[in-house]
Design a protein around this ligand. Sequence first.
Ligand code: NAP
Length: 466
Amino acid sequence: MSVGDAKHPLRVAIIGSGPSGFYAAEHLLSHDGLNVQVEMFDRLPTPFGLVRAGVAPDHPKIKSVTRVFDKVAANPNFCFRGNVEFGRNIEHEDLLEYFHAVIYCVGARSDRRLGIAREYLPGSHGASDFVGWYNASPDQRNLTFDFSGERVVVVGNGNVAMDVARVLMLPPEELAATDIGGHALRALSANKVREVTILGRRGPAQAAFTYRELRELAERNDIDVIVDPADMQLDPHSLHDTSHSADRGRDQVLDLLRELSERGDRGHDRRIVFRFLVSPVEIVGTNRVEGVDVVHNDLYRGNNGELRARATDRHEIVPADIVFRAIGYQGVALPGVPFDPITATIPNDRGRVIDSLTGQPREGEYVAGWIKRGPNGIIGTNKPDAQETVEMLVEDLRAGRMRKEVLSPEVFNRFLSQRQGEVVSFDDWKFLDSLEVAKGEELGRPRLKFARVENMLRVLRHRDKS
Ligand code: NAP
């Protein structure tokens, strides 16, 4: 017998249904001459990971990638199993009994830490919590944010910082035209925020946000975008780098920031202020956030040639009623799976999971996406990333480096139904999806998302009875 031939399908479990999981499934299912059955697990009843819970609600085009994933899910050799949590309903050892291979595609759920005093003072939030909350993720549904103050500080210079700033500034009618969670729409429509200050620890030439996201802010004619002209006088290192290396995206960002610095204050009621070369050293406040103590930085060249921020002795308090820390997502360890706490990823060689003790690849275990390479890149970056992983998996299969015997799908189904009585299928999800769209239509909105797992399961139970 040969696993993967016409008679003996290769059984692969994919943990996580975000972009890397779906791209891995797509590559497997379209692999030439490979008979494969893919089972995809997600701890939530809903698929698509950060496409549903991370992409900003006013960026519907980015979300349309789910049409590609729908096609993958329509393959008869694909099966979605939502509401099944790895480590709770199903363990690492179980998967090894029932599947020839497992691909961990769980992303990076947590926020990187700043490591400063009073980081978690009430009013200081990780951006991933805010993003999950406004996107109606059940994990964040019960969080509350106090938008009664006028001043917000966002720490970080990436696209998540831009999303957070923009969502806070969108007027209610624009928010209502998106699929933002109903609870978030109500809370944000009443928000009193007048000023969002975005703090970058390095200079404008090192900003991680992209031109498109900056332009989106710049083009708004209801808010001011403030850039200090002094910040656009680049330091000698940045000047050297910008004149010696071609980077169209960076140059476009710099040109637009320069333009904004010249445009200045147009007297709008609300504004976004970019501050560069400042790092938070502590959150200020007694019972809740009152500001951020920042130190001014200069830049020096590190051993790897990268420009790094270095604190000077100049400090300043930036007043704030609420702080969002948008300094990057962070991967979380899975029970029974190797984890590198420094990089917060699963150690791997081109997608093959590496055992922490032996330093050798673990048989039949693979990884793709943010938990493989760290939390960077756009959705499309996961396509080649997942492809590389699938290539390694198929290479191992062909070289006989994979277990041959696994328990049958029927035994697995029995086992799973004992562990989790309410597994959500892709058809179930499509039903929930149609309800969300219908409910949205009633309200003149693109969709109204379910934000609680129990509500989704209740609806599915009722449908099954009727
Ligand atoms: P990111 O792009 O890695 O940006 C993180 C930012 O936080 C950087 O500016 C970084 O500065 C800063 N930072 C890190 N540690 C810090 C510290 N201790 N103190 C102060 N600042 C610190 O991360 P992200 O914004 O979470 O985005 C994650 C990925 O998703 C990115 O690839 C992003 O492009 C993508 N994304 C895309 C979109 C979109 O396409 N519209 C939207 C959202 C996210 P340094 O550069 O100095 O390290």
